[in-house]
Design a protein around this ligand. Structure first.
Ligand SMILES: [Zn+2]
Length: 411
């Protein structure tokens, strides 16, 4: 009997893509220069070989493929390189492959100064994705960090990407949907280096002085963070009594994609200024961070308060990075109560929580929101491989719990 009791919680955590006892999280954030520097554009087009039937292409939004070498008729080595270095080891790739005749090919992904991280996802239309489940995972990673896998290809194009493609186009469609559903106001508050729009949605009571903020996709490959963000916002946009009461009472700002250039250019980490945006929330050297901080400075003036903020990201596992609980913001204890609710509402789930800001310059967005506005702010990290169903369920619970707490605390 005891054994069964012990096994079940473990299984439910494994199903969520999290193993107990392995959580470390990242170390203290260090300052780096956020002055604009060059990024390397990738050559775009079709990769073909004399006499070969297999073709590759990267001339689409979100693609990343820097070179292809033919080893033989059915084996190809692909080079995936970063936009510039040094860069975080989040080697994003996305490309299409097809063949004049049906053939089984082996692809070896190799990376510039990085090891394989993302299990390939496959699609026949660029919208519906499935994971390429490795037959023998231990044999496909090689010692130099490359990754080989087999694939059946034919005349129909196969899309291969590190995660589902959620570019500015899909985000634009999602925004249109939520604007219609929840009656949101849509504004452009700035443009990126390459002229892409930085957009803010305002959801809820536009006259309310009680406001919240959600941002996401500072880091281009972090698609699971965007999936979590969308589910969170969608829950707040529902028509049940809780969401309606919340939207009557509060105003929620959403910046769905902070880094549209990085997303659409298939970058590993940076914006088109070659900078990690989530290290620029003190200098504001980059147009994307500057647009959002200028917008907030105009909007958040007395008696308006920014009570709560979330910044959605992805990493190897689900983590919440918080402000040191010793520091008191506008609603001391709110973050802790909110996180505690996860433990109660999801059987077997123990959130990974780590304080990541206690003092000093605000390199990151959440620390900036806290230090500037006293906002209860945290980073909502989702694992690269966290099950997509679990991402949705967790975000819905997160939104419900937050709406209840805020409606209760700010009567
Ligand atoms: Zn991130």
């Amino acid at each position: 009997m005891n054994k069964l009791v012990l096994i079940f919680p473990f299984l439910s955590l494994v199903a969520h893509g999290q193993l107990p006892g392995k959580f470390e999280g990242q170390g203290p954030i260090k300052g780096v220069s956020t002055e604009t520097r060059p990024v390397l554009n990738q050559w775009k087009g079709v990769f073909s070989f004399p006499g070969a039937n297999v073709f590759f292409r990267n001339d689409f939004t979100g693609a990343r493929l820097n070179g292809v070498a033919r080893v033989n008729d059915s084996t190809f080595t692909l080079l995936i390189a970063a936009e510039n270095t040094p860069v975080n080891a989040s080697p994003w790739y996305a490309f299409k492959v097809w063949s004049k005749t049906p053939v089984s090919i082996t692809l070896r992904l190799t990376y510039q100064n990085a090891r394989h991280r993302y299990t390939p996802r496959l699609s026949s239309n660029g919208r519906d994705w499935r994971s390429a489940v490795p037959d023998r995972a231990d044999q496909q990673l090689d010692t130099s960090g490359g990754y080989s896998f087999k694939l059946e290809v034919d005349r129909d194009t196969t899309w291969i990407a590190a995660q589902e493609l959620l570019t500015s186009r899909e985000t634009d469609e999602w925004i249109s949907g939520i604007v219609k559903k929840a009656g949101a106001l849509r504004q452009t508050i700035g443009v990126s280096h390459l002229g892409r729009k930085i957009e803010v949605l305002s959801i809820g009571n536009l006259k309310s002085a009680d406001r919240l903020l959600v941002i996401g996709r500072q880091h281009p490959p972090e698609v699971t963070g965007q999936l979590a963000q969308q589910a969170f916002i969608e829950r707040i946009g529902e028509d049940d009594s809780l969401a309606l009461a919340f939207r009557r009472r509060f105003l929620l700002y959403v910046v769905p994609q902070m880094n549209p250039d990085g997303v659409d250019e298939g970058f590993w980490r940076h914006n088109s200024g070659g900078v990690d945006l989530n290290r620029d929330w003190h200098a504001f050297n980059q147009p994307e961070t500057k647009a959002v901080s200028d917008f907030l400075r105009k909007e958040i003036t007395a008696p308006v308060k920014l009570w709560f903020a979330l910044d959605f990201h992805s990493t190897h596992e689900d983590i919440f990075y918080i402000v040191d609980p010793q520091l008191k913001g506008l609603l001391p204890g709110l973050t802790q109560s909110w996180l505690k609710n996860f433990e109660h509402s999801i059987p077997g789930y123990v959130p990974n929580i780590k304080p990541l800001y206690s003092d000093g310059p605000t390199y990151t967005s959440f620390s900036y929101f806290f230090k500037t506005y006293g906002t209860e702010a945290l980073v909502y990290e989702i694992g690269d491989n966290t099950s997509r169903e679990f991402i949705l369920r967790k975000s819905q619970l997160a939104a419900e719990s937050l709406m209840r707490l805020l409606l209760n605390d700010l009567k």
